[in-house]
Design a binder for this molecule. Structure first.
Ligand code: NAP
Length: 247
């Protein structure tokens, strides 16, 4: 099913899961806005690649943790592409440490990007979606927002926050035709999980019923389903994509 003239805005779209989401939506015929806070060259390169797929694509540099930049990201998207039909809040970072050693700046950085960034973009886009009385929001949570994870007090708190935020927004906006859902990946092969030592990775895989790490494409396929009309009766949900780790 082609989605011509629809616009998707993907925060943190320059690599990893976000990049796979951008490519998936381009395949579906969406015009794509790729965001990142630093990786301008990667973002521009991806925009060129997507334009060659026959849809519009632009890169917009913005730090979603900064409210004014998130507002400007949404305003520029509407100015240059005409709308935001689907918002994917994917930008995320880790600053792992044990509770006892965690520094204030490690806590603040993760909460600011992962949770406040998601809030900033949803608030900015909701004004536009409310006027249109339609819109789709998908937020990237994590299974550790459900289970917790030693060494990730900041990250798991931010992702648990994203889950609560998603459910609240789903309740507030459902009557105006806007759906909001969260995706909770387990361990997906990206730059983020490259940092995990090999012996620990092997241990993690032992605890995954499907016996392997997921791919960014696996996550992109789920995000595309949640954005489709086939998911038209789904809102306020958290969908795990983790090879069966959490069940
Ligand atoms: P990644 O490869 O590290 O990519 C992160 C993306 O976020 C990059 O495009 C990065 O671009 C962008 N970003 C970071 N800070 C930003 C900011 N302040 N403003 C705008 N963009 C920002 O990460 P990933 O593994 O693909 O993860 C993507 C999402 O899935 C994250 O929310 C992550 O928490 C979640 N997740 C991942 C896994 C996994 O196993 N990989 C599991 C569960 C959940 P710049 O460098 O240019 O800022």
């Amino acid at each position: 099913m082609k989605s011509e003239n629809k616009v998707v805005l993907v925060t943190g779209g320059t690599r990893g899961i976000g990049k796979a989401v951008c490519l998936k939506f381009a395949e579906l015929g969406y015009d794509v806005v790729i965001n990142g806070a630093r990786s301008e060259a990667q973002g521009e390169e991806l925009a060129s690649k997507i334009k060659n797929m026959g849809v519009k694509a632009i890169f917009i540099k913005a730090d979603v943790a900064v409210s004014s930049e998130a507002i400007s990201l949404v305003e520029q998207t509407i100015e240059k592409m005409g709308a935001v039909d689907v918002l994917i809040n994917n930008a995320g970072i880790t600053r792992d440490n044990l509770l006892i050693r965690m520094k204030e700046n490690e806590w603040d950085a993760v909460l600011n990007v992962n949770l406040k960034g998601t809030f900033n973009c949803m608030q900015a886009v909701s004004r536009h979606m409310l006027k249109k009385r339609q819109g789709i929001i998908i937020n990237m949570a994590s299974v550790v927002g459900i289970t917790g994870n030693a060494g990730q007090a900041n990250y798991s708190a931010s992702k648990a926050g994203v889950i609560g935020l998603t459910k609240t927004v789903a309740r507030e906006l459902a009557s105006r035709g806007i759906r909001a859902n969260a995706v909770a990946p387990g361990f997906i092969q990206t730059e983020m999980t490259k940092k995990i030592p090999e012996n620990l990775k092997n241990k993690i895989v032992e605890n995954i019923p499907l016996g392997k790490l997921g791919t960014s494409r696996d996550v992109a396929n789920l995000v595309a389903f949640l954005a489709s009309d086939d998911a038209g009766y789904i809102t306020g949900q958290v969908v795990n994509i983790d090879g069966g780790m959490v069940m």
